[in-house]
Design a protein around this ligand. Structure first.
Ligand code: ADP
Ligand code: MG
Ligand code: MG
Length: 368
């Protein structure tokens, strides 16, 4: 504990802040990184910063991760300037260390970074009203649009094969075959679902491979709490939490937002009758996302938005099932069969999407 405090101290001091450091304290509800707010004072004005100790268990190559964030935020800054926006507020801004780097590596090998604090805005843990979900859609759409001409292949894949569904499918088959916990027989129904949906699951990846869907800069953690919402206007200001920025499919960013944002139940709901795709929320997100993207998606991408949602739910359910078969070694479990419950909610969601497929497609076409 004491050693850690010393580390924060040296980390704070490593960066080029404006004015004197007044104090710093733990901040926010992030689950991945350790986040601190740093208060500084210059003459009579105060200036605040966000300091983060990066999670190097999840991100094993922090230098590549920072390189991704640097190139994306610099690109965004230029685009925002061209459009007459406020580059201090509408994108994250990394702060240099005194050595001229965007990260500081402390003596025990932890990596730290600093951002300007985005003032007069907040990140929400929960949707207060439909408008919040809409604003997050607009923000993630804007993010996609501003990065349209960024060559996504230049980004590092900091988590290899993150949404490579065919690769995840192979891992799943291996887990079924090895069946280390003797659980496969009891989840035959779920396994059969995946075997019968193989082609369906691999469709998006195929379309990427044959060029029908373009490689994009993707965020990969498109939750509501990764958007800053303006305290006064209630509008989305900025996309934050760029740790998982990687090359990928836009329809997967969209799809993942739908998977957890338009589900009427919690992710581990045991009463499957509560699990539905909320079509109203789906429509809200589609409207906001396409407004934000404003013409930057191809016709094929727009048409395949429902597929993005379905693929994300299938892939997520398959990861839970794989972990269940492997003995719950990846996702944290709090009860017996927790991963299986999570798998089943995703499959129930997929079923509901299949039932609502025509309506989902109609909604997408309405806003294109
Ligand atoms: P995690 O990966 O742990 O979720 P985040 O980068 O999302 O970490 O940061 C955690 C929280 O810190 C955010 O939800 C937000 O409230 C706050 N935060 C992060 N960056 C900024 C920033 N530049 N300005 C203001 N608040 C921020
Ligand atoms: Mg976050
Ligand atoms: Mg994160």
């Amino acid at each position: 504990r004491e050693e850690f405090c010393v580390k924060i101290n040296t980390a704070v001091e490593a960066f080029c802040v404006e004015g004197e450091i007044v104090n710093y304290k733990q901040y926010g509800n992030g689950h991945i990184n350790d986040t601190f707010i740093v208060n500084c004072q210059k003459n009579q004005t105060s200036k605040r910063y966000i300091l983060q100790r990066m999670n190097h268990e999840i991100f094993t190559e922090p230098e590549k991760l920072i390189a991704n964030i640097e190139s994306v935020t610099h690109f965004l800054k230029t685009r925002i300037q061209e459009k007459g926006g406020d580059p201090e507020r509408e994108t994250l801004n990394l702060v240099y260390t005194k050595e001229g780097k965007y990260y500081y590596k402390d003596s025990i090998g932890c990596y730290w970074r600093m951002y300007n604090f985005i003032e007069d805005a907040a990140s929400l843990e929960q949707v207060r009203k439909k408008e919040d979900f809409y604003q997050s859609a607009v923000s993630f759409g804007n993010f996609q649009r501003l990065l349209t001409s960024f060559d996504a292949s230049k980004l590092y894949e900091t988590i290899p094969d993150f949404h490579n569904t065919p690769v995840r499918y192979q891992t799943f088959l291996k887990a079924v075959k090895e069946d280390v916990c003797n659980r496969a027989a009891s989840v035959k129904k779920e396994i059969d679902f995946y075997i019968s949906h193989k082609e369906d699951m691999e469709l998006c990846a195929k379309k990427l491979a044959d060029g029908a869907l373009p490689l994009r800069v993707t965020h990969n953690d498109t939750k509501l709490n990764n958007i800053m919402i303006d305290n006064k206007t209630g509008k989305g200001v900025c996309v934050i939490d760029l740790d998982t920025v990687m090359p990928g499919l836009a329809i997967f960013d969209f799809g993942d937002s739908i998977r957890f944002g338009a589900n009427t139940a919690v992710e581990d709901e045991q009463d499957l009758s509560k699990v539905h795709l909320d079509l109203e929320l789906f429509e809200t997100y589609v409207k906001g996302y396409l407004e934000g993207c404003s013409g930057s998606l191809t016709d094929m991408e727009i048409e395949m938005l429902p597929y993005g949602a379905k693929t994300m739910a299938m892939e997520c359910g398959m990861r839970f099932l794989t972990d269940y078969l492997q003995g719950d070694t990846y996702f944290r479990v709090h009860r017996e069969g927790h991963n299986l419950d999570r798998c089943r909610t995703q499959l129930r969601l997929v079923e509901d999407m299949e039932m609502k497929w025509d309506e989902m497609q109609k909604i997408v076409l309405k806003y294109r």
